[in-house]
Design a protein around this ligand. Structure first.
Ligand code: AMP
Ligand code: MG
Length: 419
C-alpha cells in the first residue's frame, strides 16, 4: 500500500500540465495567467496634473507668492497649445497633460483672480510649498514600457483586470478552469433538503466536495446522488468522464454494495491504485480514463465525510490546483508540540483534527491540541479544527510537550470557537 506521499506523487504524474489558451481579459476573472505580461506603454503616458489648479514654473513662486498672466485653460483629454514661460500660468484640471515649461501645479484653493477683463486675466497664487513636481505625476512613474507587470501564475481578479486595461492588454494567455464532476453514491442517501426515511441519511459529501472543488479552482458539475446500482452508476460516471476530474464518494470499501471499482473497470477506467496507508481514507481509489484525447482523472473517495474530506484535501485539491495552473498550496507537514496528553492507537498514519493555540507558544513553537473526535463520521469536530495532527502508526501514549507533525488546513480553518 502506498504512503500518502507516494500516492500523491503517482496522482501528480497523471495530471497533465495545463495548456495555455488565449482569452478575452473581460472573461478571465478567476483564471490563472499563463504568461508574463510586460507593459507596451508608459503609464501615465504623459506628465499630468494630479490636482485642479494652475500650471507654473516653480521658480516663479520661489517667494511663496506671485501674480501671473493666464495663458489658457487645459481640461483632461485636451492637449496644451501654449507653453508656460516665466510670468505666465495655465489653468489645468486633474488628469490634463502639463504644458511645456511648467513643472508644478498650484492648487486652485491657493489662487485668486486679480483681474479678468480685459484679457489676459491675472491670477495671484500663494503657496510656500511649491517645488518642481508638486501635484504632477511624471510620464512612466507607475509603469514603464517593458516593465514586467504581472507574472505567470497570477490569479486574475479585479485589480489585474484594471492594470491590464490601463496598459491596453485586452487578451491574455490563461489556463482554462478544469471541470470537476462530483457524484455521491449510496442507496441510503437523500438530498439535504429532504427528510430521511428510516435508515436513510442526508448527502453531506456531495455539497461539501462540490464546495471544496470550487475553492480548489475547479468549475463544478454536481451530479447529485447515484444509487448503488451498476446501471445507474455507469450512466452517471459516463457523464462525469466528460470532465477533467471526476470525484465520487462512497462505494469503494469492502461492503457488498461497494461496486464502484467494478463499474469503473467496466467503463475502461484504468485503476492506478486502490488504498493508501492513511486514516481516515484508506479505501481511496484513483484511476484514469483516456477517451479520444481527453483524459479524466477519477477519484473514488470513501463515503464517511471526514474520510472524504481528508482524501480531497490531500489528493484532489492539489490536483485540481495543478490543472488550473494554480500553486498547490500547503502540502508539507509542519512541526508542532502537543498541548495536551493523548493516547493514540492506529495501524496507519492518522490525520486527526487538531487546533493550534494561537500562532506560537512562549517557546516559539506551534502548540496543538487534539480535539475530542468521534472518528471518520464526525464532521462536526472537524469544523473546529485548523489542522490535522499526523499521529504515527502504533499504540502509544503521547505526552504534552512532545513534538508532533501537523498538516495545516489553511483556508479550511472554520472557527475560533471551542467545541
Ligand atoms: P461507503 O464508503 O459507501 O461504504 O460509506 C461509508 C459510510 O459513509 C456509510 O456510513 C455511508 O452511509 C456514509 N456516506 C456515504 N456517502 C455519504 C454521503 N454522500 N454523505 C454522508 N455520508 C455518506
Ligand atoms: Mg456506500
Amino acid at each position: 500500500m502506498n504512503s500518502v506521499e507516494q500516492a500523491r506523487a503517482i496522482v501528480f504524474r497523471h495530471a497533465r500540465p495545463p495548456q495555455p489558451e488565449r482569452w478575452r481579459l473581460l472573461d478571465s476573472q478567476g483564471l490563472v495567467l499563463a504568461e508574463n505580461v510586460t507593459s507596451p506603454v508608459d503609464s501615465p503616458p504623459f506628465d499630468k496634473a494630479t490636482m485642479d489648479g494652475y500650471a507654473v514654473l516653480s521658480e516663479d513662486i520661489a517667494t511663496g507668492e506671485a501674480e501671473l498672466e493666464l495663458a489658457e485653460e487645459i481640461t483632461a483629454g485636451q492637449i496644451p497649445t501654449l507653453p508656460v514661460t516665466s510670468g505666465k500660468t495655465s489653468r489645468i484640471m486633474t488628469g490634463a497633460p502639463m504644458p511645456e515649461g511648467a513643472d508644478a501645479v498650484v492648487i486652485v484653493e491657493r489662487s485668486e483672480l486679480v483681474s479678468g477683463e480685459p484679457p489676459p486675466a491675472r491670477i495671484r497664487l500663494r503657496d510656500a510649498t511649491v517645488r518642481p513636481g508638486l501635484n504632477v505625476i511624471a510620464r512612466g512613474t507607475t509603469v514603464r514600457r517593458g516593465d514586467r507587470v504581472l507574472s505567470n501564475g497570477r490569479l486574475i481578479g479585479p485589480i489585474e483586470v484594471g492594470v491590464l486595461s490601463e496598459i491596453g492588454v485586452t487578451e491574455i494567455a490563461v489556463f482554462r478552469t478544469p471541470v470537476v464532476t462530483v457524484l455521491a453514491t449510496g442507496d441510503e442517501l437523500v438530498s439535504a433538503d429532504t427528510t430521511p426515511a428510516p435508515g436513510q441519511i442526508r448527502n453531506s459529501n456531495g455539497p461539501m466536495l462540490a464546495a471544496l472543488a470550487e475553492r480548489a479552482g475547479g468549475r463544478v458539475v454536481n451530479l447529485g446522488i447515484a444509487r448503488d446500482d451498476a446501471d445507474e452508476l455507469k450512466r452517471l460516471i459516463q457523464q462525469g468522464l466528460e470532465s477533467d476530474v471526476l470525484v465520487l464518494s462512497g462505494g469503494v470499501s469492502a461492503g457488498v454494495l461497494d461496486i464502484v471499482p467494478d463499474v469503473f473497470a467496466r467503463l475502461g477506467i484504468r485503476q492506478v491504485f486502490h488504498k493508501v496507508r492513511l486514516k481516515p481514507g484508506k479505501p481511496l481509489w484513483f484511476g484514469v480514463s483516456a477517451g479520444d484525447g481527453a483524459q479524466t482523472l477519477v477519484f473514488g473517495l470513501p463515503g464517511n465525510p471526514v474520510s472524504s474530506f481528508v482524501c480531497f484535501e490531500l489528493f484532489v485539491r492539489p490536483t485540481v490546483a495543478r490543472l488550473a495552473g494554480r500553486p498547490p498550496g500547503n502540502l508539507d507537514l509542519q512541526p508542532a508540540v502537543l498541548a495536551t496528553d493523548h493516547h493514540h492507537r492506529g495501524d496507519r498514519p492518522t490525520f486527526y483534527p487538531g487546533k493550534c493555540s494561537g500562532e506560537h507558544g512562549a517557546d516559539g513553537k506551534v502548540h496543538v491540541e487534539p480535539l475530542p473526535w468521534h472518528g471518520s463520521t464526525d464532521l462536526f469536530t472537524l469544523a473546529y479544527a485548523d489542522c490535522l495532527i499526523v499521529f504515527p502508526p502504533g499504540d502509544r501514549f503521547f505526552s504534552a510537550g512532545e513534538r508532533i507533525d501537523i498538516y495545516p488546513l489553511g483556508g479550511s480553518a472554520l472557527s475560533h470557537e471551542k467545541r
